[in-house]
Design a protein around this ligand. Structure first.
Ligand code: PGA
Length: 240
């Protein structure tokens, strides 16, 4: 099971102390062999975090990358090679917070290609808005995001799909269990052999419900991942 922490635009150097607690927990955790923990901090923390996590069973990822691999005049941007060079092993691409800022499926596709080429693994986010859900077009939306996002990308084990309903991110709301099972199943049938994780308001309170949905390969955790206690709790409860 994957447990991916998405810190978004939170965290400074002092937040790295929380890793210590997670690592300590992991050392004695009976399921440590089947747990994969990845931290995606802001880019400013990738280097210090990866140094801290050296030789530990926690990996580091970035939250986005530019689509171009070479250097260029793109103020504020960082490309996949630069991320790799400071210790990132993964990168989140297509997060709805970036889609809402104008990232198109086509651009996301270029970013995924660039990241894979640089040797990064990709956490590819898809999900419907509340409007689309109400219109009952969730499957069409996901279908399009998958088709265009993965255009001309061969099947491979370097891509994880994160299903994150937009209306669930940061709201405390999660999909009904049967609906979530059905949607994950739909994605799995659409693109076989990909790991599918769920993201959107995962917390220690709803993890019991979420873990009982047995076709999910892990969780992408935003808000709750900034608190090491909550993050550890989520992992523990997944196996209880
Ligand atoms: P959340 O965020 O857990 O705070 O809802 C999840 C995400 O945006 O990846």
């Amino acid at each position: 099971m994957y447990f991916i922490a998405n810190w978004k635009m939170y965290g400074g150097l002092n937040s790295l102390n929380s890793l210590h607690k997670v690592n300590k927990f992991l050392k004695t955790f009976r399921k440590k062999k089947v747990v994969k923990i990845i931290y995606c901090p802001p880019s400013t923390l990738i280097r210090p975090m990866s140094k801290k996590l050296k030789n530990l069973n926690i990996e580091v990822g970035a939250q986005n990358c530019h689509e171009q691999q070479t250097y260029g005049p793109f103020t504020g941007s960082i490309n996949s090679i630069m991320l790799k060079s400071v210790g990132a092993k993964y990168v989140i691409i297509g997060h709805s917070e970036n889609r809402q800022n104008g990232e198109t499926d086509k651009l996301i596709n270029l970013k995924i290609k660039s990241a894979l080429k640089a040797g990064l693994k990709v956490i590819f986010c898809i999900g419907e808005t509340i409007k689309q859900k109400r219109k009952k077009i969730t499957k069409q939306v996901l279908n399009k995001q998958i088709k265009l996002g993965l255009y001309k990308i061969k099947k491979n084990n370097k891509i994880l799909i994160a299903y994150e309903p937009v209306w669930s991110i940061g709201t405390g709301l999660i999909p009904k269990s049967n609906e979530l099972y059905d949607t994950i199943n739909f994605i799995k049938k659409k693109i076989r052999n990909f790991k599918i994780i769920y993201g959107g308001s995962v917390n220690p309170k709803n993890i019991h419900e979420l873990k009982s949905i047995n076709n999910i390969d892990g969780f992408l955790i935003g808000g709750a991942s900034q608190d090491p206690k909550k993050f550890i709790d989520i992992i523990k409860k997944t196996y209880n």
